[in-house]
Write a protein that binds this ligand. Structure first.
Ligand SMILES: [Zn+2]
Length: 405
């Protein structure tokens, strides 16, 4: 039996039992309470009609039928909430919305019941992708209700999807005031998003203010250092940009994939300056030359003597690569021009391999991308992307076992 069908049957069975329980306990099956007093209720013809729909696999008709049968009142309201929840979980959001609107339409709801129904309806809208409607209801609940914290959390998620960072900051600060754990990290990222937007439109002062606000929430944030470096880059402050990018690389050299083009921009038309900066900021680490070579494969247009030297060393020394390419033959050429041409061919092939590979991967869900994304589109976690520091040389193998370079 397909899993979907099994799941549907189980859900329907749960729904059936809930409605049956409501019918047995409160005598609510059938149109008029006076007609179905006591024991007669479960055998009511309307009840049997719904059961008949179920037995004939007419699940939709059965669900519609049962929802019409049970009125909303204090004794059945939880059954209606359960019904709505079941519909939403089945992906039948339209019906979930109808159930919850039906509850809200009841005139004598308590404050708690009304908030519960509004919250459930807002979740339905969210599930259906009706973000504006969901946002309105969550905003209403965030003002004054027992669902305030949950509503603020969901508002943050909606604003993240809509990339409305100023609104996200307002919601997150309310969560911060309520001492909600882990909100500071998100809040610092919201400020970084605002800083990036300001930077993109050339508003340096605004960008700087937002980076400061971000760093006030969280010190030594990699993203904050990269943004401050970019601001320094815009202001042609080479020393500060080099220092900030160096700080990022000291923590994680794999970020050179992200920073190499920024450093190259810092030393436009000055290959010696670029080399000096690369030597300086990678001087302390053994793996630095390899990091430079691997980053350079992703940015084939960025060339300098030091970068070329690092790439050449990688081609000659990498043990994995040597398993696929006869590197001895490449470097055995006596003629410097022929040797250089052979190295370039390998480099071009590796560059093509890098160009067809993702640069970053989410450490939580494995989503990969060519762009450094600070919030994963797959799992929505923040700061979960990391540069991929290995090039998959083994994909160089062609189907005939040869090597394409
Ligand atoms: Zn992810």
């Amino acid at each position: 039996m397909p899993t979907d069908s099994l799941e549907q049957i189980l859900l329907l069975a749960g729904l059936f039992l809930l409605l049956a329980a409501a019918g047995f306990l409160f005598g609510r099956f059938g149109g008029d309470r006076d007609d179905i007093d006591g024991i007669a209720a479960p055998l009511n013809s309307e009840y049997l009609k719904g059961l008949n729909f179920l037995l004939n696999d007419q699940n939709d008709q059965a669900l519609e039928h049962f929802i019409r049968l049970v009125r909303v009142d204090d004794q059945t309201i939880e059954t209606h909430f359960a019904l709505g929840s079941l519909f939403r979980r089945r992906g039948e959001v339209d019906r979930a919305i109808r159930v919850h609107q039906n509850i809200i339409a009841r005139p004598s709801l308590s404050r708690e019941q009304r908030d519960q129904a509004l919250f459930a309806l807002a979740r339905d809208y969210l599930h259906a992708g009706l973000l504006d409607r969901a946002e309105n209801l969550f905003a209403q609940l965030a003002e004054d209700s027992s669902y305030r914290i949950e509503a603020l959390q969901r508002l943050c998620s909606i604003y993240e999807q809509e990339q409305e960072w100023a609104s996200a900051v307002v919601a997150a600060r309310q969560l911060e005031a309520a001492k909600h754990p882990e909100i500071k990290a998100r809040l610092s990222n919201y400020y970084c998003e605002m800083a990036q937007q300001a930077l993109d439109r050339g508003d340096i002062a605004e960008a700087r203010d937002n980076v400061r606000l971000s760093q006030a929430k969280r010190q030594r944030l990699t993203r904050g250092a990269i943004l401050r470096g970019e601001i320094a880059l815009e202001e042609h402050d080479r020393d500060l940009a080099r220092k900030l990018f160096g700080r990022v690389l000291a923590q994680d050299g794999a970020y050179l994939i992200e920073l190499l083009p920024k450093l190259a921009r810092l030393y436009e038309d000055d290959a010696r300056g670029l080399d000096a900066a690369l030597r300086e900021i990678t001087a302390e680490r053994d793996a630095a030359r390899d990091e430079i070579a691997r980053a350079a494969l992703h940015w084939p247009d960025i060339r300098s003597p030091f970068i070329d030297d690092c790439v050449e060393t990688m081609i000659s020394d990498d043990p994995v690569l040597a398993g696929f390419i006869d590197t001895q033959q490449v470097f055995a050429q006596d003629d410097p021009e022929l040797r250089q041409a052979a190295v370039e061919r390998v480099r071009t092939a590796l560059g093509q391999l890098a160009a067809s590979s993702p640069r970053y991967r989410c450490t939580r869900c494995g989503f990969s991308s060519r762009q450094l994304l600070w919030q994963c589109p797959g799992c929505r976690n923040w700061e979960s992307f990391r540069p991929i520091d290995k090039v998959r040389f083994d994909t160089l193998i062609e189907s005939d076992g040869g090597v394409n370079y």
